[in-house]
Design a binder for this molecule. Structure first.
Ligand code: IPM
Ligand code: MG
Length: 356
């Protein structure tokens, strides 16, 4: 029997609750599709600071590197707000992405049919279906550029640097073009080339890579326009490729179109098969421990894990179908609409498992 090694980074806030439900779903499909999963846990984020003093202990990196895939909950919370910037929980998250070389972040914004009512957009704007894949560059740009405090004309200031190299843009562009080839063959590259030099390099490089993909229809869009177009006419998009910071912002926006940020999964991939899977939402400290968090983004992240790292496509389909079925009858508070049953985090996990 095939066996996979998964490292769990439950993290902070609602992280542990949602990861527990995702593990239940993974165990269920493993039994059904006859493979075995061995779990290991490691600390990341605030909990890691509490236990070891740093947000990303060396041991966590070692464990992750030795696994087939990593499942992450979320990190951060008010408790660690006063930590210096490089010792905040978020620094641990950026650190693990960097340490594992996970430069490609795939964030699919899909609308589940039963959730159409939950979208803040009008039905005619959403149309029949919405299926956008946001490809976010994850280990470069302003997140990883030089930053610091400085003085300008005697007054205190601070700076962060947006920087990309040609190979960094090339490799993320190829991931996006490859995905576009498997989907609707449309790619929109988002930048701010009317202002930023790093964006001009981005656009030039994407245009160069485009020559390898003559079948893909490539367009370019400024990020401000893209933010507007996402709510004006989301159907125009198939694959979006963009920088680290623009991808962070646009994927939150795209997630809301699908009804709730509690629904959006993500995969972070590097050169090999190994990947890190996490919901795109945060640790939601305000609702942590109340049992009302939506575990579906994490459960759907497991589906992405099955597809991209474990080659278990059938099991991935099963999870996505199960989520779709359960949404017809039950909802966590964030996506609740009248006529459905309001359920807790654990109940939602149980229902998905029962459907599986
Ligand atoms: C995300 C999050 C992170 C990011 C934070 C928590 C550092 O917002 O995964 O989108 O900005 O990448
Ligand atoms: Mg974000």
């Amino acid at each position: 029997m095939k066996e996979y090694k998964i490292t769990l980074l439950k993290g902070d806030g609602i992280g542990p609750e949602i990861v527990d439900e995702a593990v239940k779903a993974l165990n269920k499909v493993a039994a059904k599709h006859r493979f075995q999963v061995r779990y290991d846990e490691a600390y990341l984020g605030g909990i890691a600071i509490d236990k070891t003093g740093v947000p990303l202990p060396e041991e966590t990196v070692t464990k992750c590197k030795a696994s087939d895939a990593v499942l992450l909950g979320a990190v951060g919370g008010p408790k660690w707000e006063d930590q210096p910037g490089d010792n905040r929980p978020e620094a641990g998250l950026l650190g693990i992405r960097g340490a594992l070389g996970l430069f490609a972040n795939l964030r699919p914004a899909v609308i589940f049919e039963p959730l159409r009512q939950a979208s803040p957009l009008k039905a005619e704007i959403i149309g029949e279906a919405m299926d956008i894949m946001v490809v976010r560059e994850l280990t470069g740009g302003i997140y990883f550029g030089e930053r610091g405090r400085m003085e300008k004309n005697g007054v205190p200031g601070a700076y962060d640097t947006e920087m990309y190299t040609v190979p960094e843009v090339e490799r993320i562009a190829r991931v996006a073009f490859d995905l576009a080839m498997k989907r609707g063959k449309k790619l929109c590259s988002v930048d701010k080339a009317n202002v930023l030099e790093a964006s001009r390099l981005w656009r030039e490089t994407v245009l160069k890579v485009a020559k390898e993909y003559p079948q893909v229809e490539l367009t370019h869009m400024y990020v401000d326009n893209c933010a507007m177009q996402l709510v004006r006419n989301p159907k125009q998009f198939d694959v979006i490729v963009t920088s680290n910071i623009f991808g962070d912002i646009l994927s939150d926006e795209a997630s809301m179109i699908s009804g709730s940020i509690g629904m959006l999964a993500s995969a972070s991939l590097g050169q090999g098969k190994m990947g890190l899977y996490e919901p795109i939402h945060g640790s939601a400290p305000d609702i942590a421990g109340q049992g009302i968090a939506n575990p579906l983004a994490t459960i759907l992240s497991v589906a992405m894990m099955l597809r991209y790292s474990l080659d278990q496509d059938q099991a991935a389909d099963d999870i996505e179908n199960a989520v779709n079925e359960v949404l017809k009858v039950a909802r966590t508070p964030d996506i609740y609409t009248e006529g459905t049953r309001r359920v807790s985090c654990i109940e939602m996990g149980d229902l998905v498992c029962a459907q599986l």
